[in-house]
Design a protein around this ligand. Sequence first.
Ligand code: ADP
Ligand code: MG
Length: 139
Amino acid sequence: MTERTFSILKPDATRRNITGKINAVIEGAGLRIVAQKRVKLTQAQAEKFYEVHKERPFYGELVSQMTAEPVVVQVLEGDNAVLKYREVMGATNPEQAAEGTIRKLFALSIGENSVHGSDSQDNAKIEIAQFFDDASIPG
Ligand code: ADP
Ligand code: MG
């Protein structure tokens, strides 16, 4: 089933100027980038976006990394896009990520792991709505 997921190319990726290389992996996996823009997350946006992790020890570091430099926020579309993008991203810890995944190829560390992808269809809708008017994005 065709669906949409939400992606962020994180500051470690924009800083190293590798957003095109990551997009090539995304497109190579059959996902279509139907919307994308470069934005600098505010502290409030980053705190809200990662609210589920607020009790975790890495929360403060995560929010400060995500606001340090611009990110690229994206809407990806394709068959089973949520699950497919999770597979293309690879494991959170790049040391455990499979060959050919974005995190295996590009991540610097478990924190600076180059990409975010929604973990469920419900969260994809919530996350897309934080940055895009989804209804106006052509398929
Ligand atoms: P994912 O991004 O794979 O869905 P999580 O939702 O568990 O992973 O965590 C969100 C983000 O928080 C990760 O992508 C990573 O940037 C950061 N993070 C997760 N675990 C750690 C950790 N143990 N140490 C530092 N940062 C972490
Ligand atoms: Mg997650």
